[in-house]
Design a binder for this molecule. Sequence first.
Ligand code: SAH
Length: 399
Amino acid sequence: MKIIKLRDGKERSLLKRHPWVFEGSIASGRADSGETVRVESHAGEFLAWGAYSPASSIRVRAWSFDAAERIDAAFFERRIARAVAVRARLPIASDAMRLIHGEADGLPGLVVDRYGDTLSAQFTCAGVERWKPAIADALLKITGLTRLYERSDASVRELEGLPSIAGWLRLPTGTDDGTEVTIHEHGWRLTVDVARGHKTGYYLDQRDSRKLFADCVRHFGVRRVLNCYSYTGGFSVAALAGGATEVTSVDSSGPALERATAHVALNEFDAARHTAIDADVNATLRRFVDEGRRFDAIVLDPPKFASTAAQAERAARAYKDINRLAFMLLEPGGLLFTFSCSGGVSADLFHKIVAGAGLDAGIDGQIHARTGAAPDHPMTVTFPEGEYLKGLVIVKQIA
Ligand code: SAH
């Protein structure tokens, strides 16, 4: 067993059960990519078992803080079983859910989503890459499913020196290799292509916010909805289910919009109630302001503008701009569902940015709700980096 010895004083973070060891904290020791190492304090006390990653600045990710724990196939089975058991107790109104959420489930670098009868997994660091066969076996054994697709084509793998990989990891021979799956979210039917969709296929983290949106559309009697960064139209279907009469989806991905249009038909809504616009959101918002368009509810769910706090300033300007334009396009009493999934922008900072946008637009509002990722995307108390998605539901003040 290889030993990684930390510099004096650098044991504090592991003692607080934060799972990362940065390159600069290490005094001595090295290992192969993904190899299990014993991390010790400068004085030689056991701190954690972890996976070594020679290429990454996060040099070790902890598997366990228990000296007696063995990191073997049975360890991965126990961790996966625990994560699946947690989900079984959650009120998830869908047959699609996140089963493994990385560090928060004690499995750094592993994301597994279940879409109906299909699992879609992303292995983003050296440790889970090395244990991939054992993890795949455990996933099938514990879920009882047979179809597992791999989406290890995220750019973060470059930081670990790992190549991009996508394809079936487990698929019974002679069975259908189709990658499109139909899921049921709050009673709506949605399709997910695990091979071609973003990330593992769909944005499950917004499930509860889509339900809240449908409910608000109904309660507030919303008619005209603008869904910005719509992807495959989850919030658009929610709006139609809530009774909206005119829903506009805007996204810069043609295939995502085609799927959004298909989802309107799949849920038996009149196609005339939905318009898909393949364009940049910022430019579209400006055009709508020029044209004097007005909406009763607007969703702003942009992609990540900042992954780290260092990029927060540029991201802040981008968030402020779209939120300012959205405030201008809303009718008095209208609803703004605005989100940030940037880990580098805290909930506090996001609130300030949106406040600044309202001020610039000369518009005030009341916060009706705050939202976060659905509970199958948990956050642990020891790993604050796990908080990424935050949302504000704002009712624009009636003049
Ligand atoms: N709200 C969606 C998820 C949105 S993900 C849901 O509930 O499923 C972000 C989306 O923004 C992606 O579909 C991406 O194609 C789109 N996008 C990224 N940059 C964009 C831009 N400048 N203009 C329009 N769409 C953009």
